[in-house]
Every structure is written in C-alpha cells, then in structure tokens.
Write a protein that binds this ligand. Sequence first.
Ligand SMILES: Nc1ncnc2c1ncn2[C@@H]1O[C@H](COP(=O)(O)OP(=O)(O)OP(=O)(O)O)[C@@H](O)[C@H]1O
Ligand SMILES: [Mg+2]
Length: 176
Amino acid sequence: MSAPPIGGAAADTRRSGSVAETEALGSGLAPALEAGDVVVLSGPLGAGKTRFVAGLARGLGCKARVRSPSFTLINEYRGRLYLIHLDLYRVEPPGAETLGIEEQAERGVLVVEWGERLPAPLRERALIVTFEVVSETERTLTPRVAAGRDRARAETLLEAWRAGATAGARPRGRHG
Ligand SMILES: Nc1ncnc2c1ncn2[C@@H]1O[C@H](COP(=O)(O)OP(=O)(O)OP(=O)(O)O)[C@@H](O)[C@H]1O
Ligand SMILES: [Mg+2]
C-alpha cells in the first residue's frame, strides 16, 4: 500500500468560495473536537486560517470575536471547550519549544496558524489542514494526519471531516 501524498488526499479536499464557506468548514469540525486535540493550519498569508478558526470557535459555542493572534501569539476562547488559538508566524523554531504550549494544550483544543512550527510532539498528534489560495475568493482546504506515532485522535478528526461534518456552506439550522 502506498503512503498518502504529503499534502493530503485529493478526495478529502474541500473547496471554499467565500469567507462564510471557510467558516462553515471550521464550525463543521467543532462537534468532533475533544480537549487535548491539536489542529494545525498551514498555508500562505491571507489563505483564510483565521477565518477557519472563527468558524471553529462558533461551532464550539464561543461568543467572543476571533481576532488574529499575530501579535499576542495566543488568544483563548471559552465555549463547550477552551479553544486556544496560536499563531506562530513570528516564532521560528526552536522558539516555539519554549512557550509552554504543551501544558496549554492539555486544557483544551489547540488550533495553530503556521502550525508547522509547532514542537514535534504536538505536531505529531495534529490534524493538519493545508490551505491553498486558488483565486481572490477561492480556497482549497486539505486535511491530513501527521506521520507520527500519536495519530489516533487526528484520524478520528479526519473521519469526521470525511463524514461531511465539513460540508461547506450547507445551512446548519439544526445545530444553530
Ligand atoms: N474563500 C475564502 N475563505 C477565507 N477567506 C477568504 C476567502 N476569500 C477571500 N478571503 C479573504 O482572505 C482573507 C483571509 O484572511 P485570514 O486572516 O483568515 O488569513 P490567514 O490565513 O489567517 O492569514 P495570516 O497568515 O496572515 O494569519 C480575508 O481578507 C478574507 O476576506
Ligand atoms: Mg491568520
């Protein structure tokens, strides 16, 4: 059996044509999340990573507005779970190793922009979502599980993604 492509499987790719659709992909993943989960967001500036986190936060029932933690490094939102929102754009490895992120992660769900800079033990248990910019308004989001030992939870999250928890901009009336 051949290994999945590094960028994730094309069948799992979801296309977003608007901010609302990217947010819906985030909120769709929220019901599957548990404390201790790690979601890594990877992709260029302006790809929609922060908008995805806004959706994730809404899906967890967080009331606060999601802002980019580019300067503060870390924002925290309280919903069904704590959502710890990190942005490592300005943190080159091994700087991230010294931030005490591992202790933080146990308290809730860790979602990390520029998460490829996350210390390896956390990266290895993450669901990794790679964003690509297709046009001014179009993005693709492709999930994959890291090639580490500690991948059981990430695989569960990938299943949730596949199950269509993340069916784009579909109306979500039943769940609010
Ligand atoms: N389909 C789309 N999904 C998400 N954002 C979109 C989309 N189309 C256009 N945009 C625009 O792209 C930008 C995405 O900004 P966002 O802050 O989420 O990016 P980011 O990936 O977090 O960037 P950074 O690496 O700088 O933190 C916003 O200005 C948004 O209006
Ligand atoms: Mg951002």
